[in-house]
Structures are given as structure tokens and as C-alpha cells.
Design a protein around this ligand. Structure first.
Ligand code: UDP
Ligand code: MG
Length: 314
């Protein structure tokens, strides 16, 4: 039987790029690809005409499938829904804004056929991104790698090809705060990097405002490491040690000199310092507890409003 490829494309307010993306993907399928191929568009609760455009395109192309969320659940959840819906022997994750060139997928397929289970795209160049994004992203991947218990490749996004074996393991991972690229690293199997030039966004603006970027970075670190908790113990011990020196000093001054009332500055410093450390450690603890709470609620990961173009099961 012919091998089958599923391409998963998460979209959030992408009306400006969707037709071009479709065109590039179709061209790619028609000219380069030598396997059956379905396109799974996950509309992550767009507020613009994205879903309308997708539905219109689907009417003309039976290999387009649409999973339409009931609201915006976030990029990582959209990717998850696409993976859940994919039926191919290999699944490719690609952004809707054409920053990941579809043409690179054929190199991914070649590596997959030579026996690799995961081929992930590593960005060697990112034109058109703000200096702030470049610097924070670079720092993030390095900090994440220091903290994480599994090695997560540097400067690697979600643009990747995964074998069915890996996809089936991912589907069995029910965690809520999802950091897909880390989860794929955790799975194991034979993985290989494929360097590529990341293009500029074709049109429109980034759908990752600072708020979402911070959330994404915390998910990455907290889902793959408990080191912040250990760090808070270290900080606690360190500040206790400093406090001990302060206590000895206070007692010494109180007992041996007549001018001990003058110590109010030390008291203020100690209270403020300890208060800060305590709040920070409670905050770290709180983040983990929040995540535990999120897990035990056991809500579905996402809510699908429309599911269009999927072959009906007999
Ligand atoms: N995206 C999504 N849901 C969101 C935010 C983004 O599905 O809440 C999609 C978006 O449509 C795009 C991909 O995720 O296909 C990457 O987003 P974007 O290009 O805005 O991020 P950037 O490349 O700026 O990091
Ligand atoms: Mg982008």
C-alpha cells in the first residue's frame, strides 16, 4: 500500500496567509511528493475568516481536513489535536505562516525513509524576527536545556516529521500543559536534526504575543524539570545562612555595645530580603501546584466545534 503523509497546520487568525499556504502545500504535494497526503488544518478558534476560507478550500479538495476549535486553546493544543486526528504513516507539523518552507519536508521524508523516526528542523537563520525575540528565544533554549531532565535540542521549533510509532506514543501522553517539542524528545527513538533557513512570516503579525511566549516558556521549563523547586531550597538555605550571620551580628552588637538601637536598618533589610525570598519560593511552589490542579481536573484538552473532511468510519 502507498505510504501516507499527514501534514498538520495550526492556524489562528491567519486569513492573510491561508490561501498562499494552501497553494504552496498543494504545489509541494503535486510536484515533489510521492506519497498520499492529507492536510489537517486545526483552526484554533480564529476570529477572522480563516475557518470560512478553509471550508471553501475543503469543498474543492477532499484531502483537506479541518478541525475547528470552539475557542482559542493555544498553539501547542492545536498541534496536539492535529496529531490526534492524523492517520498517516508519518506526520509533519508545520506553521501556517510559511516560515517553515514546505520544500524542506522532502528532505525530512528522505531521512525518515533512511530509518529515522523523528526529523526536526533546526533554525540556522531567522530573518525578520525582532532582536528581542531572537535573544529571548536563544536564552530560553539554553536555560531549558540546563534545567530539563531530557535533552531538548537547541533552536528547534515544532517543524518536524514524526513516524507513526512516535505519534502513537504522543497520543498516549495525557498531560495538560503541553510542550510538544519536549514531549517528542522524551519519547526517544532515532531522532535527527535537519538545519534549515527559517523564512520570514508571509503576511500578518505573529500570533505569539509576549504573554503567550512567557506562558509557553514556563510550560517548557516546569513540565520538563523540577529544578526550580530544588533551586528554591538552595536559595532558602543560602538566605538562612546569611540570616544566621545577621543574627550573630545583632546579638553581638546588642550585648557588647551601648548603641544597639541604631540597628533598625539591618532589621528592615533582613525582613525585606527574607520576605522576598519566601514569596518567590512560594510562587515557584504555587506554579507546580497550579499544574497539579490542572491535571486532576481531567477536562478534555480541547473542544472541537467543527470536524470537516474526515473519512467516515465504517
Ligand atoms: N497559532 C495557533 N494558536 C495560537 C497562536 C498561534 O494555532 O494561539 C499558530 C499560528 O497560526 C501559526 C503557528 O501557531 O501557524 C505559529 O504562530 P506564529 O507564527 O504567530 O508564531 P511565531 O512564528 O511568531 O513564533
Ligand atoms: Mg510564525
Amino acid at each position: 500500500m502507498q505510504q501516507r503523509l499527514s501534514v498538520v497546520i495550526p492556524c489562528y487568525n491567519e486569513e492573510e496567509v491561508i490561501s498562499e499556504t494552501l497553494k504552496r502545500l498543494r504545489d509541494f504535494r503535486a510536484t515533489v511528493l510521492d506519497m498520499d497526503c492529507e492536510f489537517i488544518f486545526v483552526d484554533d478558534g480564529s476570529k477572522d475568516r480563516t475557518r470560512e476560507l478553509l471550508i471553501a478550500a475543503q469543498a474543492a479538495d477532499p484531502e483537506i481536513r479541518i478541525v475547528g476549535f470552539a475557542r482559542n486553546f493555544g498553539h501547542q493544543t492545536a498541534v496536539t489535536a492535529g496529531i490526534d486526528a492524523a492517520s498517516g504513516d508519518a506526520v509533519v507539523l508545520i506553521d501556517a505562516d510559511l516560515q517553515d518552507p514546505p520544500e524542506v519536508v522532502s528532505e525530512m521524508i528522505a531521512l525518515w525513509r533512511s530509518g529515522y523516526h523523528v526529523v526536526y528542523g533546526t533554525r540556522v537563520d531567522r530573518p525578520g524576527e525582532s532582536a528581542f525575540k531572537l535573544v529571548t528565544a536563544r536564552a530560553f533554549y539554553r536555560v531549558l536545556n540546563k534545567l530539563s531532565d531530557v535533552p531538548i535540542p537547541l533552536d528547534t521549533g515544532d517543524f518536524r516529521l514524526m513516524d507513526r510509532k512516535v505519534v502513537d506514543v504522543l497520543k498516549a501522553m495525557p498531560e495538560r500543559d503541553r510542550f510538544v517539542r519536549g514531549m517528542v524528545s522524551w519519547v526517544g527513538f532515532k531522532q535527527v536534526a535537519l538545519p534549515y533557513r527559517r523564512a520570514e512570516r508571509f503576511a500578518g503579525e505573529s500570533k505569539y504575543p509576549l504573554r503567550k511566549m512567557i506562558r509557553f516558556a514556563t510550560d517548557g521549563i516546569l513540565s520538563f524539570s523540577t529544578k526550580p523547586l530544588q533551586l528554591s531550597i538552595t536559595i532558602g538555605l543560602l538566605s538562612s545562612f546569611i540570616a544566621l550571620i545577621g543574627i550573630i551580628n545583632t546579638l553581638f552588637v546588642r550585648l557588647t555595645t551601648p548603641d544597639w538601637v541604631a540597628g533598625w536598618a539591618e532589621i528592615m533589610v533582613a525582613i525585606l530580603f527574607l520576605g522576598g525570598v519566601q514569596l518567590m519560593c512560594i510562587g515557584i511552589l504555587g506554579e507546580y501546584i497550579g499544574r497539579i490542579y490542572n491535571e486532576i481536573k481531567r477536562r478534555p484538552l480541547y473542544v472541537v466545534q467543527d470536524k470537516i473532511g474526515f473519512p467516515s468510519k465504517e
